[in-house]
Design a protein around this ligand. Sequence first.
Ligand code: ASP
Length: 570
Amino acid sequence: MDYAGQDVILCGWVQRSREMGGLTFIDLRDRYGITQLVFNMELNAPLCEEARKLGREYVISVKGKVAERSNKNPKMATGDIEILVASLDVLNTSKTPPFTIEDNTDGGEELRMKYRYLDLRRNVNRKNLELRHLMAIETRNYMNSQQFIEVETPVLIKSTPEGARDFVVPSRMEPGKFYALPQSPQTFKQLLMISGLDRYFQIVKCFRDEDLRADRQPEFTQIDCEMSFVTREDILNTFEGLAKYLFKSILNTEVPGFPRMSYAEAMKNYGSDKPDIRFGMTFVELTDLVKGRNFKVFDDAELVVGINIPNPGDYSRKHLDELTEFVKRPQVGAGGLIWIKSGADGSLKSSVDKFYTPEDLQKIAAAFGSQPGDLMLILAGATEKTQKALCELRLEMGNRLGLRKPDDFKPLWVVDFPLLEWDGETKRFYAKHHPFTSPYPDDIPLLDTDPAAVRANAYDLVINGTEIGGGSIRIHNKELQQKMFKVLGFTDEEAVNQFGFLINAFEYGAPPHGGIAFGFDRWCTIFGGGDSIRDFIAFPKNNAGRDVMIDSPSEIAKGQLKELGIDLKK
Ligand code: ASP
């Protein structure tokens, strides 16, 4: 309304047009929103005729006067006004787009990805990119205010062990040799600490060749950070500061201090190292309590564990069968589900009435702290598998009961991860984080005697069940680094071949240092209340790692292969 009576020029795309009597209305869309244009047959017939020929997504420029609408639309940001058009320029025509450019479009995922440039014209996607932009700007503001400097590190490098496969790039100048794309700038940021940069960060692309899921892309972006002369506490405080700053500046939300939870506690109570603590229903262990009643499932189980659902409403047999199907799905992997229902009067009914007396069931209900009207769900089996399955079931119940609200944020730090993970198949230890992670000083002697028991000086930031970032205090001593490589099964030669540069650098006054990296795409997705990181990436790849718009990966010319010294097997 501030512009009413003024002459303006607007440029954009035709969203839709309609005719009403002698008037033609066109919704003009640009990055800033939609404005209604009016053409009047009585006042200017040729102009109105021209407007009637405009198709969807034509690119136009109009001159006209801003006027107050007689029929206001309170749902539209510009709904109080319209533009009485005096002249029209058609800047370009458009084919009819393959899907509607609307928030609720009729286009399926594959089609929208093929025409991603049209998909990005949709309001929802534009908003996501705007949020991402703001997150990057505010991250830089905060990091700059804390004396971090942004340094770019190379993309054509050598393998960095973050536990995924490398993408490799063949070298033309040295045929038969390859660069690897960085899985992260890990080694470079550590070298920058040895260079004395003190505080580094970078919003940076990382590349990992692994199977994709909703929250994974072969190339993704990290907020990568490293600091010298710090303890774990310094790092957690600095980055809790970043998280709070982003919550405040982007979402205008205050989050109180972030709780810290040990890995052991997270696994025991939530069956996950990235617990969603927006709701309760924490795990209750029943192993000792339930054995010895001839119920084989429990008697044979390494772990019997359950959750108590407070007052879920009427859970009929059908619902319980549904839940049983849910836990039996291969992705969840439980053998079956045992339930105990508490009636309004506190009486108990269960799927194991044959084996357990009412008194037994009362004892179990007491262990759960169960109240009349509650529902207890129990799984049994091998420890890790059962924890994982119950974690899925807990999240499912959280979803069903609407306890996982996207605008409720409950961040926490998970700390004290194990340093190593045993792989039964290859019969060797792998670094749980990466091989540069420092063990707890007290645990270093255990590297020789009981490596599996060594705790890492590592931490993850978790928000609402998603791992948003992770890092560690690093090893900065050559001998300890070499020992770590040995525990991980590297021969001396392999270690020198792959990481000689870092081991050498440790001999020239490496300061104690540590850092963290955040999944930027994931963080944007959580703040934007989205489901998939793809929605917050301008040009993402599909589930098969393919960019269907530019059609990549694709073959290359024979000449190129020859130049690279590559022979393809037929
Ligand atoms: N480079 C690690 C990662 O990408 C993060 C870190 O340790 O700082 O997970």
